[in-house]
Design a protein around this ligand. Structure first.
Ligand code: MSP
Length: 607
């Protein structure tokens, strides 16, 4: 690189112009830029979120570039835990990425509120089912807000519009001749809300996921003729291998279908808390048959007269159902067959991710081995939580949580690689260039291989986001930070500024180059760590509105321009420190009551 060759020459060979020449360039640029003109031309329109944080429009028709994605509708037997938050964080990253691409996104989430499991939880809490559901459903909304989840629709299966859709759908399936009445006897897992095949159970007839005994149940129920759809489902998977992702889960689904599909019961005679079966109020609709339809009823506007067709034309079929692997059979076998029976399109893709585990066991409400997401957010901030789980767990596989690993990762990546790079670059800019860019980033990067590295990494990040490989996407973005740190170490602009003249000019260009790279990182990492990236943008002198209107096109090199005034450096992510009991007492003698040894603290920073 030309710039580096210059530095290897002894300084005495250069006639060093006074340092003040750079300062006067900064001064001239400042004078000609009294008014801050945003250097970016923004092209996207943001989508309306029904969530309080968002304001634009996302609904209506799906006749142009739309992207409809869903999380599972969470059971409200207990408040959310980190396992439930995991799917939603991933879905939010996808929604944000798709919005950056300019897609009209409808991001659906919600709560699954009927059935035996919920009724029992309400009873245990001495509440009516509805009261219980109201409280827990709200706990989900609160957590989504804490985690900066920008969903568009939140459906509750107790919503009236949902019941209308379920009734209409049931009628269509009945019309297709796919519902019949029969007796059934089998082993039931209340936590899964599913009859189990004896061969999938553990030795003591326990559910392999919840490790609780399955109960023998005998009922007279309505059944859905799933077996009729065997060949249609086989055809679906053969013609659309993308329907189930990752591909190893497709094999699993194909295996289930191949082994023969059995009709399943879609009503319960013994469960009162549910939607009554049309024309037979002694039975309620099976909670899964009910809940899956929430993906469609969610598409209805609140206040409009609900009907199935209206919901369907507002965005169905979904582009992507994001789910955990435990509920794959419902989404990739039962659900498409139900839709086919009702004459509706099947979703375009079902992605089954792995479990967050603790000591190798699925983290869950039923096993009681959960991790509190609110606690993590309060201690470390939403960005750290979002970043850690998306970066650390290969999406699709299981991942075990460890606090030590959490702290190491977020400190190394967010505080050091990104935060320090920004901090020291802005520090140098303040000291040497009055916090003003002296060159356009395109000019500054002329003939510089670093720009190519950034461009390649950002392309890779996009590719990985498109394939829902969040860990690799984060890695590609961090590659830019690592390359930036290396660049600045090698170029040592702090000493080049002292030399003045062309060398100092090169140093001023180097700072622009690094800041442009950081700007690009902020765009590319924004689906994962939105607040952190907003803080980066703010320090680079952009307004909040400018950050809100970024698109993926803004990952292109060249948006920072000469004259742009940067803010004073402030840490964008404070390193998480492990403090001893004594240090905590010293820091705040009154606030600390019997502090635990080895407490972790992070001063959350807002720029
Ligand atoms: N109510 C059903 C879904 C109906 S969708 C129409 C349900 N709810 S759940 O609350 O039990 O689970 C919701 C999602 O959270 C599932 O995708 C499940 O895989 C996910 N997770 C629950 N615990 C989890 C982990 N420990 N790790 C990762 N995801 C986990 O199933």
């Amino acid at each position: 690189m030309a710039a580096r060759a210059l530095f290897s020459a002894p300084p005495a060979l250069y006639a060093i112009p006074p340092l003040s020449s750079l300062a006067s360039r900064a001064h001239r640029i400042l004078l000609s830029n009294h008014f801050h003109v945003g250097p970016l031309s923004f092209s996207s329109t943001r989508r309306r979120c029904h969530h309080r944080a968002c304001t634009d429009d996302s609904k209506g028709s799906t006749n142009f570039d739309s992207f409809v994605l869903t999380t599972p509708l969470y059971y409200v037997n207990a408040p959310p835990h980190m396992g439930s938050a995991y799917t939603t964080i991933a879905a939010d990253a996808i929604a944000r990425f798709q919005r950056l691409l300019g897609k009209k996104v409808i991001f659906v989430t919600g709560t699954d509120e009927h059935g035996e499991k919920i009724a029992s939880a309400a009873e245990a809490n001495n509440k009516s089912p509805k009261e219980h559901c109201d409280v827990i459903s709200q706990a989900y909304r609160t957590l989504w807000s804490d985690l900066q989840i920008e969903y568009n629709e939140f459906i509750r299966t107790t919503d009236l519009k949902h019941e209308t859709v379920v009734n209409e759908f049931y009628a269509r399936v009945l019309d297709s001749g796919d519902i019949y009445r029969a007796d059934y006897e089998g082993l039931y897992c209340v936590n899964c809300e599913e009859y189990k095949d004896e061969k999938e159970l553990t030795e003591n007839k326990c559910c392999p996921v919840h490790l609780k005994p399955c109960l023998l149940r005998k009922e007279d129920n309505y059944f859905f003729a799933l077996s009729k759809y065997q060949s249609k489902l086989e055809e679906l998977l053969t013609n659309n291998p993308e329907f189930v992702k990752p591909s190893f889960r497709l094999n699993e689904v194909q295996g289930w279908i191949k082994s023969g599909l059995r009709d399943f019961s879609i009503s319960r005679a013994s469960v009162e808390w549910g939607i009554p079966v049309p024309n037979d109020t002694k039975q309620t609709i099976y909670v899964w048959f009910d809940a899956l339809l929430g993906y469609i009823s969610a598409l209805l506007e609140d206040g409009e007269k609900p009907n199935l067709q209206k919901a369907v034309s507002s965005g169905w079929p979904a582009s992507l159902h994001l789910i955990g692997k435990d509920i794959l059979r419902f989404h990739a076998v039962y659900w498409p067959a139900m839709l086919m029976s009702a004459g509706l399109d099947v979703p375009k893709m079902v992605f089954g991710h792995g479990f967050l585990t603790k000591d190798g066991l699925k983290m869950g409400k039923s096993l009681g081995n959960t991790l509190e997401p609110t606690d993590l957010v309060n201690r470390f901030g939403a960005d750290a939580v979002r970043y850690f789980f998306l970066r650390e767990v290969e999406f699709g596989n299981d991942g075990d949580y460890s606090e030590e690993r959490f702290i190491n990762i977020v400190n190394a990546h967010l505080a050091n690689t990104i935060g320090n790079l920004l901090n020291r670059t802005l520090g140098l800019l303040k000291k040497n260039c009055e916090s003003t860019l002296l060159f356009d980033s395109i000019e500054a990067a002329e003939g510089n291989g670093f720009k190519d590295t950034v461009e390649k990494s950002v392309e890779m990040a996009r590719y990985h986001y498109e394939n829902l490989a969040f860990s690799s996407a984060c890695e590609s973005v961090l590659d830019i930070g690592n390359a930036g740190n290396l660049y600045i170490d090698e170029h040592a602009p702090w000493s080049c500024f002292k030399k003045g003249g062309e060398i100092a000019e090169m140093a001023a260009k180097d700072l622009v180059v690094i800041l442009e790279a950081l700007r690009i990182m902020a765009v590319a990492l924004s689906p994962v760590a939105p607040s952190l990236c907003a803080r980066i943008y703010a320090q680079l002198g952009f307004t909040e509105d400018q950050f809100k209107s970024i698109t993926w096109a803004d990952t292109k090199w060249g948006r920072l321009q000469a004259g742009q005034q940067m803010m004073d450096p402030k840490p964008i992510f404070a390193k998480i420190e492990i403090k001893t009991e004594e240090e905590l007492k010293e820091a705040s003698p009154k606030a600390v009551k019997g502090p635990k040894k080895g407490s972790r603290t992070q001063g959350l920073v807002e720029a």
